[in-house]
Design a protein around this ligand. Structure first.
Ligand SMILES: CC(C)(COP(=O)(O)OP(=O)(O)OC[C@H]1O[C@@H](n2cnc3c(N)ncnc32)[C@H](O)[C@@H]1OP(=O)(O)O)[C@@H](O)C(=O)NCCC(=O)NCCS
Length: 173
């Protein structure tokens, strides 16, 4: 990586930073696996190289630096590999929605929980957001468990982007 790359935050095992074009092959490896999309809106569309490239270019161009709205690469510190993506998407004013997608070989190591807890802590400390939503397909038990583990409250099932999702929420602590 040649230019300065913004690091959003670091945890014990991971760091989340802005994308660089050098992430292309690693992110493609993660996002081209259909299992990653089993419970997401892309379920019939594992990413191809072009989509991955456009996604990275889009977020490099956005150049987010604050945590109220951001998208970044998850790097496993021990291996220095990109293992997935995370971020806060705009949802309601000052109440974004959290997102994670990790490569299959990195599931069930506590990584999403580690990141989610840090996002909740840092985003409330460093921005004006008043709450964070989490949405998961009702059958996505791993995602729902993580939302619960990071301290979110279950609100019930509601319509979200043309499908029924389980809604979770945490307000400013
Ligand atoms: C959802 C996802 C981000 C979770 O990441 P992760 O790093 O594996 O999560 P963690 O290891 O922190 O925690 C997973 C928890 O779910 C539990 N879990 C996993 N699969 C489960 C299942 N089928 N049923 C019930 N619980 C399950 C684990 O046991 C663990 O809970 P525990 O600590 O109480 O044992 C990851 O599975 C993923 O990337 N999935 C594909 C993309 C996706 O669905 N993203 C979410 C919607 S955008």
């Amino acid at each position: 990586m040649s230019n300065f790359v913004h690091i959003y935050f670091e945890t014990r095992n991971l760091l989340v930073r802005q994308y660089t074009m050098e992430d292309l092959d690693g992110l493609y490896e993660v996002m081209s696996n259909p299992k990653v999309h089993q419970f997401t809106k892309d379920k019939n569309h594992p990413w191809d190289k072009l989509k991955t490239q456009q996604y990275i270019e889009f977020f490099i161009d956005k150049n987010f630096v604050t945590l109220d709205c951001f998208h970044g690469a998850i790097i496993e510190k021990a291996s220095n590999r990109i293992i997935g993506l995370t971020g806060l998407n705009p949802y309601k004013e000052n109440e974004p929605e959290i997102e994670w997608k990790l490569g299959v070989t990195y599931w069930n190591k506590g990584y999403a929980t580690e990141i989610g807890k840090e996002i909740v802590k840092e985003a409330f400390q460093t921005s004006d957001i008043i709450g964070i939503y989490g949405m998961a397909e009702p059958e996505n038990m791993a995602s729902r468990r993580v939302l619960q583990k990071i301290g979110m409250k279950y609100l019930g099932v509601s319509e979200f982007r043309d499908q029924k999702d389980a809604f979770y929420y945490i307000g400013r602590l």
